[in-house]
Ligand binder design. Structure first.
Ligand code: DLL
Length: 431
């Protein structure tokens, strides 16, 4: 553990620290951010009304559009001159969300990232190839500074140039890779194409994968292909970036760094706070952010929380896997479908490859087509009964998602590979 004195805190000690920080944060946001002063006044509350996490339901939510309304500099609590870095996420509406950091914020973030990287067992002596994009995206620099603080040897390859990534991985005996899970799947495919035997030629032990939703089946595939342990990492630009929550060696939920983030789950329709254990939208309050404190920030990410102690000795609340975003949820003929449910079924089918895309369009009624690549072995198998295979996939799918999509089996390597977040859904109804 990078900071055992915090990471091993008992629930009562965490709650005490959270409440102390929360009270300070309420006053700080109220006094330094006009946006929050106005929101508090509208909700008829004073900062002192919020004495503990129990009172949080009184505080109004903050949403992504509030940040867009404050484009370009965001909801700053400090003069612009005190900002030492900006990051930004592109978003789908065209107006990017810009986030600012003071020097202290960068120090906090680096500590959280050092904890995050150490969480599954990475330590000084490890060699980390950082394939997350360096730049406005928070993945690259976030992992970079965290790894340096932990004392890991960092290779800052950033995204792209897959052949060079593989050569470096072999030559420099990389032990840790950090990238999106979809790129990890692509790397394992490309490695075989380039003539490597991943388990023999590489020295990989840990994969730190995040920035997009992925399934347990994807984890199994990546682990089997690359011979490493694959660990889930969650975060978002608005909350520093990666390093909000991370899996430990037990791969049983992501530990939220609750000394810095107060987490709630709410019903996305009504905004009501849910009991732990009920699936809902994750809402975070930052407890020490200096430049851009966010109170009750709605992430749109859906997950279930667990308060139980983990085998690793941490009590920090766990996210039991982010199952998708409410924005990603497809509504097909009135039925709710999550792309991750489809991935789970596809990846369980041995004849299929790692790449798929879901197309949705409307011709009187909504229609869904799943285009999925066959595995290289299945593609050349003369005895493969494609009709029977499609029927088997459909039987499985219908039991999970209720509706019956059309399935198209494609030749391997026909779907475009992405270097960052994969594009899995093409919704033509929106264009
Ligand atoms: O994706 C930060 C990050 C970088 C996280 C590297 C992990 C690793 P944004 O680009 O702002 O920030 O996108 C944030 O990505 O609200 C989720 O919907 C999704 N996301 C991030 N991590 C996970 C994960 C970065 N482990 C948005 N599982 C979030 C599922 C994830 N979804």
């Amino acid at each position: 553990m990078f900071e055992p004195e915090i990471e091993k805190m008992k629930p009562e000690a965490i709650a005490k620290l959270q409440n102390e920080r929360l009270k300070k944060m309420m006053r700080y946001a109220y006094e330094n951010v006009p946006f929050y002063k106005k929101k508090f006044k509208e909700a008829n509350i004073e900062p002192d009304d919020i004495k503990s996490s129990e009172d949080m339901h009184k505080v109004p939510f903050t949403v992504k559009n509030d940040l867009r309304d404050h484009y370009p500099y965001g909801i700053l609590a400090v003069p612009r001159e005190d900002i030492v870095r900006f990051h930004s996420s592109s978003g789908t509406t065209g107006i990017p969300t810009v986030v600012g950091y003071t020097r202290k914020d960068l120090e906090t973030w680096s500590r959280l990232m050092a904890r995050t990287i150490a969480c599954p067992g990475v330590k000084k002596g490890d060699i980390m190839q950082n394939i997350y994009g360096y730049g406005l995206f928070t993945g690259g620099l976030g992992f970079h500074y965290g790894a340096e603080l932990l004392g890991v040897s960092v290779i800052p390859t950033s995204t792209g140039n897959t052949k060079r990534q593989l050569k470096i991985m072999k030559d420099m005996k990389t032990t840790v890779i950090a990238c999106t899970p979809s790129y990890a799947l692509y790397l394992s495919e490309a490695a075989i194409d380039e003539g490597y035997k991943p388990k023999e030629d590489f020295n990989l032990k840990y994969g730190l994968f995040g920035a997009e939703a992925w399934s347990e089946e994807a984890r199994k595939k990546i682990q089997d292909n690359l011979g490493l342990g694959a660990y889930d990492c969650y975060g978002l630009s608005e909350l520093y970036g990666p390093g909000v929550a991370m899996e430990c060696q037990h791969q049983n939920g992501l530990h939220i760094w609750t000394d810095e983030f107060l987490v709630e789950t709410i019903d996305p329709e009504t905004g009501e706070v849910l009991e732990p254990g009920k699936r809902g939208e994750l809402v975070f309050t930052m407890l020490t952010r200096e430049a851009m404190p966010l109170l009750r920030y709605r992430t749109r990410d859906l997950a279930t929380l667990s308060q139980e102690e983990c085998e690793c000795g941490r009590y920090h609340t766990r996210i039991m896997r982010v199952s998708g975003r409410s924005d990603d949820m497809l509504i097909i003929g009135g039925v709710n479908v999550f792309p991750s449910q489809i991935e789970e079924v596809l990846f369980k089918t041995p004849e299929l490859g790692d790449q798929y895309q879901i197309y949705v369009d409307r011709k009187k009624l909504d229609r869904m087509t799943i285009k999925v690549e066959l595995s290289p072995e299945a593609w050349v198998d003369k005895d493969l009964d494609k009709g029977a295979l499609i029927k088997r996939i459909l039987d499985e799918l219908v039991s999970v998602i209720v509706i019956k999509p059309k399935i198209e089996l494609l030749e391997p390597k026909t779907i475009e590979r992405s270097v960052g977040k994969a594009v899995r859904v093409v919704d033509l109804r929106k264009s």
